[in-house]
Design a protein around this ligand. Structure first.
Ligand code: T4K
Length: 387
């Protein structure tokens, strides 16, 4: 680490005149392409409750993602909460502390105790070799996260689940379109939950979905997301309102027309970052975790010991230059007040997660980010040197 003056000199080289660059910006198709969908909604006056665009989007997503059954939701968090309800999960659930807080919140909202287990330092996903030691008589399920869209070790997790008779619900909020050896990564586990939030690779403004293994499960989940209604006068479970509206579903259909181009642009950004950052000492790009098709949803870098600044200093330097990287995921979920007193939140058992949360910085990545902006970001990371 070099002296403090070097840090301040680097921060002072700031030129705030440039337009801000955010960690992400949603991909928005040309506005005029959306008006036809709006006219349809105005014409048929069905705004929600499983209307025609909702039905079309479920079908189109099944085709695109290569899965059999999808239940759309109004956001990923309600979908996670409902997935746990659908499988009647209780007691304790093993999960990762290195995720967005919604992962563990969905457990608390079901009165379930999250049991945090450390992550693999390479993939930053739940480390299967540490899961079994955390299983107790109260454990009913595992909730891993395909963090940054990098697939978990799904085979190892499945074996553990089978051995201990546990359910597996994947938080696949980042994993839209990701494929492993056997096709869509969303086919693993008992259920997989997607987020279609504005910041995601595929967005419906707000939205989410549960990928279900069979029609019966989807039917049950569809009832759960509609207050538990079976028919007009029968309610047989305490469901919730998790329905996606027609406007969100229509936007999803429009997005799907452009998804190939959007993912192609993300891939090129990922490649450019990797080539420009190759020679930068102390910066390591996170590697592929075995995916056959990636979605380039995030661009996390690890700031190593031999980089002249800490991760937080680099975050601040970029911010001074109007570049808004994000520290996903800092703090760890286990450090938030509602979790930190749990036995499993003991930081001594979560050393890899703690290390990642102190060292990872997610750089901007979104389809409209251009080459000059990427070069500018890398030049700031590389102390103003031209890339
Ligand atoms: N599980 C996991 C693993 C997740 O990552 C998430 C969500 C969930 C579950 C829950 O799914 P949802 O219920 O959200 O569907 C963002 C998102 O709000 C959140 O959806 C996402 N994960 C998380 C990783 O990131 P923030 O607090 O970083 O968002 P925000 O508003 O600071 O946005 C980041 C940047 O994106 C802004 O600086 C500018 C840009 N942006 C954002 C929005 C919302 C736009 O340009 N336009 C926009 O509309 O949480």
């Amino acid at each position: 680490m070099q002296g403090e003056s070097f840090y301040w000199a680097h921060r002072r080289s700031n030129q705030m005149s440039d337009k801000p660059i955010y960690v992400t910006q949603p991909f928005l198709p040309p506005l005029e392409e959306f008006t036809g969908y709006l006219e349809q909604i105005w014409k048929n006056k069905t705004l929600t409750n499983g209307g025609p665009f909702h039905q079309q989007l479920e079908k189109a997503l099944c085709d695109y993602l290569g899965v059999e059954h999808i239940a759309l939701f109004n956001n990923g968090t309600i979908a996670l909460i409902t997935a746990l309800q659908a499988l009647k999960i209780k007691g304790e659930v093993i999960t990762t502390p290195y995720s967005f807080v919604a992962t563990a919140h969905s457990l608390l909202w079901n009165g379930i105790e999250p049991v945090f287990v450390d992550i693999d330092p390479k993939t930053l996903n739940l480390d299967p070799s540490k899961i079994e030691a955390a299983i107790t008589s109260k454990t009913t399920a595992i909730m891993p996260v395909h963090c940054y869209g990098h697939p978990c070790d799904v085979e190892a997790i499945q074996k553990i689940a089978q051995r201990h008779n546990l359910k597996v619900i994947y938080d696949a909020a980042h994993a839209f379109g990701v494929q492993c050896d056997c096709g869509s990564v969303l086919k693993h586990g008992d259920l997989s939950v997607l987020s279609f939030h504005a910041t995601k690779v595929f967005n419906t403004f707000e939205g989410g979905a549960i990928v279900c293994p069979d029609a019966k499960t989807k039917h049950h989940i569809d009832q759960l997301k509609n207050f538990g209604f079976v028919d007009e006068i029968t309610v047989d479970v305490a469901g919730i309102n998790g329905k996606m509206s027609e406007i969100n579903a229509a936007f999803g259909l429009l997005q799907l027309n452009h998804i190939g181009a959007a993912l192609g642009k993300r891939k090129r950004i990922d490649e450019l970052y990797r080539s420009l950052l190759k020679g930068v000492k102390g910066i390591r790009c996170l590697e592929n975790a075995g995916e056959k098709v990636a979605n380039y949803s995030y661009f996390p870098i690890l700031i190593e010991e031999d980089y002249p600044f800490t991760r937080d200093e680099l975050y601040q330097i970029l911010k001074d230059h109007n570049i808004f990287s994000r520290r996903y995921f800092y703090p760890l979920i286990s450090e938030f007040p509602m979790y930190k007193s749990l036995y499993s939140a003991n930081p001594n058992n979560l050393l890899c997660a703690l290390n990642a949360s102190k060292r990872v910085l997610c750089l901007p990545i979104f389809p409209d980010l251009n080459g000059d902006e990427i070069k500018k970001i890398v030049s700031k990371i590389n102390f103003g040197r031209k890339s």
